[in-house]
Design a protein around this ligand. Structure first.
Ligand code: URA
Length: 244
């Protein structure tokens, strides 16, 4: 049987952004940490790192945050940047503040432009992040696109051809699937993640993307009830949908 890893409580909580180790000792002294309902005073104690810890431990009356290996699904609002160090508002600003201090750090899995909304995943699991963005995995990304001008009817064939070349690039795009919804609305599924890819694909056809919203990653859809700015933690079976 695999041995369960143990960790000092102050070290664990500090790596989760709850404060420095001395601040955590202070919080315990004032009764702010509970384990299985009882006040926990000795933060130098080691505890087994098991997935049920967030159900067993309370910090200042709230369940412990998820342990390392978390995956967040966010409905990204317009106007936020997928960067750790941009001057403007960042996607990390709408998540709990202490998460910015977590180690390992939480990062977006791929990026959406500032002016693109919709399904965005974030994780502290580097291996998962690389699996999702790896060009070898061909993870499908589906976008709802609103265009400035009516489609001319040739776009579906151009995008599916595997021959479309983006401005300034030397390798044609992999085939992509276009579903026309109306003269100026479409759903586009791509498997690559080149810079501003969807906007540049329509620019290559002489059109302009007015609004862009990601609806799906693989078979994982953004829940219809999730308002912009809302987020949820994903279970393993939901994460697996990304690779379908
Ligand atoms: N394509 C774009 O142009 N922008 C995005 O945010 C995602 C795909």
């Amino acid at each position: 049987m695999a041995k369960v890893q143990t960790v000092r409580i102050d070290r664990l909580l500090s790596s989760m952004g709850y404060g420095s180790r001395s601040e955590i000792a202070q919080m315990a002294k004032s009764g702010g940490i509970r384990l299985d309902g009882a006040k926990l005073l000795n933060v130098a104690e080691r505890i087994p790192v098991t997935t049920d810890l967030p159900d067993r431990m309370e910090i200042r009356g709230e369940a412990l945050d998820p342990l390392a290996g978390m995956v967040v699904l966010l409905n990204k609002p317009l106007g936020l940047t997928c960067s750790h160090k941009d001057d403007g508002a960042l996607v990390y600003d709408i998540l709990p503040g202490r998460w910015k201090l977590r180690k390992p750090a939480i990062s977006t899995i791929g990026r959406l432009d500032k002016n693109t909304s919709g399904l965005l995943l974030l994780t502290d699991d580097g291996a998962l992040l690389h699996r999702v963005i790896s060009p070898k995995r061909d993870v499908k990304k589906t976008y709802r696109v609103t265009l400035a001008r009516p489609l001319d009817g040739s776009e579906g064939e151009q995008f599916a051809s595997g021959l479309l070349m983006l401005n300034g690039e030397s390798k044609p795009l992999a085939p992509a699937d276009l579903q026309v919804i109306s003269e100026t609305d479409a759903r586009l599924t791509i498997t690559e993640g080149r810079y501003h890819q969807v906007r540049r694909m329509f620019a290559a056809t002489g059109n302009h993307v007015e609004a862009l919203h990601r609806e799906r990653l693989g078979d994982l859809s953004l829940p219809a009830a999730m308002a912009p700015g809302q987020w949820t933690l994903l279970r393993e079976d939901e994460i697996a949908l990304v690779f379908q």
